[in-house]
Design a protein. Sequence first.
Length: 321
Amino acid sequence: MSRTSTLDRPVRPPASNLVSRLVNLLPAAPSGWVRPIVIANLVGEIGIVVTGGVVRLTGSGLGCTTWPECMPGSFTPVRTDASQFHDLVEFGNRTLTGVVGILAIATIWAVFTRWPARTRMHVLALAVLGGIVVQGVLGGITVLTGLNPWLVMGHFLVSMVLVAVSTALLRGTLDERHGPGELVVHPLARSLAIATSAVGAVVLVLGTVVTGSGPHSGDALTPNRTGFDPKTVSWLHADLVMLFCGLVIATLATVIITATSQRVKRSWYVVLAVTLAQGVIGYAQYFTGLPVLLVLLHMLGATLLVVALTRGVLDTRSVAV
């Protein structure tokens, strides 16, 4: 009985090579389509955050009572007098997840066929699709556990990561060669930009704790909250926001002084503008009793801040042409 030598066994190609081979079977994306597809992908990720906010703020988190079905025995809402509008809101958010998934697949096709040798772009594009799958599973577990506030927070934060990754993809479409360009600011400015973004991430996490401790738990009938005192966590969040604002101003000043590119200056002016707008909305919602519209605007602002910070850090390097 003969034994097969290990040298004779077929070598399994890496996963990235398998994806590349599959993509190579498809027609190449026209160059004029690539950037619009990547922009649509980012808009879709922002949209899923906003619609998720609508689900939470309208108390529709359990509008679909199970997962992956919406209702037992049905993937679509089953209308009853008691369902009101909550099932339609939740089902709409789930439907948009499918749209975002299609956009992520289109982004993979566009990036792989436009830049077959840019591994970083490939990883980012695949990460978006993988993150959407994680979001779907985490969202299902969240529903099945009755909107556990920590899982709801995790669900939102994964969306923020996907927004950041999608922004990095969009910035990468400006580069024509592999890898980022040279620094266009002093290294201290880049370090400050990264530190500011890190503090911004902590601000974001504390913001989800504030929401999870307040009245907008996600379900109108059975609220599920963290148990923290909303006032205490709100002021902790506000204190950290003060530090964040100071870092944004310090970063912008350093960028203005040292930058050799107008692009990075504009990016950090945008960061400052979004930060100030967020601060105004945040204090307004706190002192007006958390009206739904202001809370939703604050969630949208948080998403735009992630976009601005990601772009601000990436623009500290030149476009690689």
